[in-house]
Design a protein around this ligand. Structure first.
Ligand code: NAP
Length: 338
């Protein structure tokens, strides 16, 4: 099944080869891979552009304890691998490539990558979200040299070291707890006087003697010796006191930013940059659906993202059926008129 749209690509002057697909999925986190599974089982021949890594943020999570079906928890990379295998079993094709340009006014929809121009009947956007930066001096300079946004990836390097975790939400506390496996102390630096994280995580953190707190405190600068982080300049927001704290690592968990730059000016986004959806997964452009954290600033769970992915694929099937049905009707009408 392929829709009989006329190809009228703005990008057809490009040298990259064109590939015609029915359902193109951007992103390979839980939303993208669940969409691929459902679209595969519906025989919609989905192609998934995985981005630079397959699995999305879930692969950065040590253990996931709240995905049903895994009573003892499951390692993030293992869950991602299971999602991938299951989608591939039903015919989804995963391509390690990155969308660099889209044109959603065209029919078929045009998505350009480093190597190929895809012409798609349906697009499911599941590009997820990326860690928000603190935007303080030293942050960029020392990223990978003491500054990190992923405890699972980098925690091991901080055996018996002293680290700070910036932020007060679930991510900060969960990742802080994980870091206590390696670090000597983990100090949670939070700008308010209480954590935002849920009660279970807070209880676990309180019970852990390695975790310390600096409330009403912000990081003003990350300090280093040119090679590695050596400390931070902190400010107490209550007293105004500014002081330096020697530290080996700075883990930053202050929320996420949706990956929607590619769609600015083409899709309706909210004031924070999330794709606006109605009926869970429908964007303002017919045939373009969004799933997972790129369109969900609220729930942001593996299960909710996977659920949105499944819904997007089902909605894509309905859309293709409707378009094909109206094309057939139009064909019949023109045949009986002639
Ligand atoms: P979040 O809930 O938005 O929390 C971000 C934290 O960073 C807040 O404490 C915020 O402070 C702080 N912050 C934001 N910008 C800052 C800045 N410029 N400087 C200093 N601090 C800053 O983000 P999250 O913790 O990543 O969680 C996101 C969502 O995922 C939530 O819905 C959460 O429940 C979910 N999640 C769930 C789990 C789980 O269920 N196990 C694990 C991880 C995440 P304020 O408190 O002052 O706003």
């Amino acid at each position: 099944m392929s829709l009989g749209f006329q190809v009228n690509s703005l990008m057809s002057t490009s040298a990259s080869p064109e590939e015609r697909v029915q359902v193109l999925i951007l992103g390979s986190g839980p939303a993208g891979l669940a969409a691929a599974l459902y679209a595969g089982r519906a025989e919609l021949n989905p192609v998934v552009l995985t981005g630079l890594e397959v699995g999305g943020q879930v692969t950065l999570t040590e253990i996931i304890e709240n995905y049903p079906g895994f009573p003892d928890g499951v390692k993030g990379p293992e869950l991602a691998e299971r999602f991938k295998k299951q989608a591939e079993r039903f015919g989804a094709r995963l391509v390690m490539d990155v969308a660099t340009e889209v044109d959603l006014k065209q029919r078929p929809l045009v998505v350009k990558t480093y190597s190929t121009t895809y012409l798609a009947d349906v697009l499911i956007i599941a590009t997820g979200a990326s860690p928000r930066k603190l935007n303080v001096p030293g942050e960029e300079e020392y990223t990978g040299r003491g500054v990190s946004y992923c405890a699972t990836c980098d925690g091991w390097f901080f055996q018996d070291k002293d680290v700070i975790v910036v932020g007060g939400g679930d991510s900060a506390v969960e990742e802080g707890l994980f870091l206590t496996r390696y670090a000597r102390t983990v100090t949670i630096v939070h700008r308010r006087d209480q954590l935002r994280a849920g009660p279970l995580l807070q209880r676990r953190a309180r019970a852990n003697p390695k975790i310390k707190y600096l409330f009403n405190t912000v990081v003003e600068e990350i300090l280093g010796d040119g090679e590695q982080v050596t400390g931070v300049r902190l400010k107490n927001l209550k007293t105004g006191e500014v002081y330096e704290k020697p530290i080996d690592g700075v883990f930053i968990f202050v929320g996420y930013i949706p990956n929607t730059k590619l769609f600015e000016g083409q899709l309706e986004l909210d004031e924070r940059g999330y794709i606006k959806v109605h009926d869970w997964v429908y964007t303002n452009i017919p045939g373009v659906f969004a799933a997972g954290e790129v369109a969900d600033p609220v729930y942001r769970q593996v299960i909710t993202s996977a659920g949105m992915g499944a819904a997007a694929a089902i909605a894509a099937g309905h859309y293709l059926d409707e378009v094909l049905f109206s094309q057939e009707q139009a064909q019949k009408a023109s045949e009986s008129a002639s």
